[in-house]
Design a protein around this ligand. Structure first.
Ligand code: UD1
Ligand code: PEP
Length: 435
């Protein structure tokens, strides 16, 4: 297993461009299964999870031409549906969350799908109820094999209907929209997820011939069509990387410009970092974070300690709470971080406490952070990355800390951040990948 060795305490400087969005890539690449025609996808991040999904499609018989690392041309004209019943699919599909979204397109096109117990971050229970109940409403018959935790889905005659989702699941909405795109009649999904990546998926499907309205809202209407066609699609900049780089600049007291940040699609992200007291300048499509000695958390209007919590879009994404938390450790002031969606995403705070941060883990969902206001630096330690975002939060802490840190299990970070060590070195970071 590889590790990062970091000599902390260096100010960084320069420009960095976010990769294409990981979580959009997983939806868009799954959607290429909806058509036998050619689909070209640009701005693909070269990261473990996305490469694994591309490999899975290849093993299903999809022809894939990758003229450069960030561009793929897919053609799903010969799909081996039998592959999905194989042990190889169970193993590989089980290694990433994104593989669940193969089900929607397979149902739409072939009337049959399989979902292995999905992988992804071990950050708490991640039920698939919304996906399965949505499919059932379309007329799909699910069969659950408790032995190996495997769903078989039969949906030869899917029909559109009205459904109110129990929660606005992101991958659940993507799956149901893709299945409904070729069901007979009209499907209405209320309480749909509406984040930018779902919007991007719906826009791409419409370019392929789907009829989806309500894009950007939580009420989607999908008129089923009989076939979808080829298209070209460009992925948005990864908003979680953008937020991670803002946090990195603040913690390391560095001047960093984030180029082509996709400012129209960041929702509350810039404002939440501003609430931590971080200065940001939005210039064209860039974010400039100036070198800042100290930042002060803004209290509530009545002066009380603020709570920052996650919420489905247009609320604040849970994927950036770990980054905000690490930033808070060196702020002036205090904040309560409330991770509502996932129940095991805050346990990495014990590593930050070992580094000298002042945090009270109140329960699995809430951590109170008392900022050190730069009175004391964090100190480098050896630690292991439990999930993608905690991994990057620990990396940011290590880059700001005094002395050497070693971060193990960096496969977690590599799942979501492209060539991160190389890109950080270009900003002046002292980081080495060791085996
Ligand atoms: C591959 C991918 O795209 N992964 C993202 C996707 O995962 P994913 O689609 O798996 O996440 P879901 O939206 O289904 O839900 C995430 C978790 O939050 C809970 N939940 C969800 C909605 C809600 O209103 N209340 C609630 O408690 C769910 O029960 C689940 O435990 O969306 C998550 C939520 O933005 C992100 O963290 C993941 O990075
Ligand atoms: C939780 C995440 O990813 P996944 O859903 O792929 O585990 C994430 O991207 O922060």
């Amino acid at each position: 297993m590889s590790a990062f060795q970091v000599e902390g305490g260096k100010k960084l400087k320069g420009e960095i461009t976010p990769q294409g969005a990981k979580n959009e890539a997983l939806q868009i690449i799954s959607a290429v299964l909806l058509t036998p025609e050619t689909v070209k996808v640009n701005n693909i991040p070269d990261i473990l999870d996305v490469n694994l999904l591309i490999e899975l499609l290849g093993e299903m018989g999809v022809s894939i031409d990758r003229p450069s690392r960030d561009t793929c041309i897919f053609k799903a004209d010969k799909v081996d549906t039998g592959y999905l019943e194989s042990e190889a699919f169970r193993q590989k599909g089980g290694r990433l969350r994104g593989s669940v979204m193969i089900a929607g397109p397979m149902l739409a096109r072939f009337g049959k799908a399989f979902i292995p117990k999905p992988g992804g971050d071990k950050i708490g229970r991640r039920p698939l109820d919304t996906h399965i109940i949505g499919f059932e409403k379309l007329g799909v018959r699910p069969d659950y094999n408790t032995g190996d935790n495997y769903f078989t889905l039969n949906g030869q005659d899917m029909r559109g209907t009205y459904m109110l989702l129990n929660e606005p699941s992101v991958t659940g909405t993507a799956n149901i929209v893709m299945a409904a795109s070729m069901a007979k009649g009209t499907t209405t999904i209320y309480n749909a997820a509406c984040e930018p990546y779902i919007q991007q998926l719906c826009l791409m499907l419409n370019r392929m011939g789907a009829r989806i309205t309500g894009i950007g809202s939580n009420l989607l209407t999908i008129e089923g069509v009989t076939a979808l066609h080829g298209t070209e699609h460009r992925l948005l900049p990864d908003m979680i990387e953008v937020g991670s780089f803002i946090g990195l600049a603040a913690m390391t007291q560095s001047a960093i410009t984030i180029r082509n940040a996709g400012l129209g699609h960041l929702g509350q992200i810039p404002d939440k970092f501003r609430q931590m007291g971080i200065e940001l300048f939005l210039e064209g499509d860039d974010i400039r974070v100036p070198e800042q000695e100290l930042y002060s958390i803004q209290g509530n209007l009545d002066g009380s300690i603020p709570t920052i919590y996650d919420h489905p879009w247009p609320g604040f994404t849970p994927d950036l709470l770990s980054i905000l938390l690490v930033v808070a450790t060196q702020a002036r002031g205090s904040v309560l971080i409330h991770q509502k969606m996932f129940e095991s995403r805050l346990f990495f705070t014990d590593k930050l406490m070992d580094m000298g941060a002042q945090i009270i883990l109140c329960d699995p969902h809430r951590a109170a952070v008392v900022g050190l206001a730069r009175q004391r630096r964090l100190r480098g330690i050896t630690m292991s990355s439990p999930d993608i975002r905690a991994g990057v939060a620990l990396l940011i802490a290590a880059l700001s800390a005094e002395g050497r840190s070693t971060i193990q299990n960096i496969e977690q970070i590599d799942r979501g951040y492209q060539y991160i060590d190389e890109r950080l070195r270009k900003l002046g970071a002292d980081i080495r990948r060791v085996n």
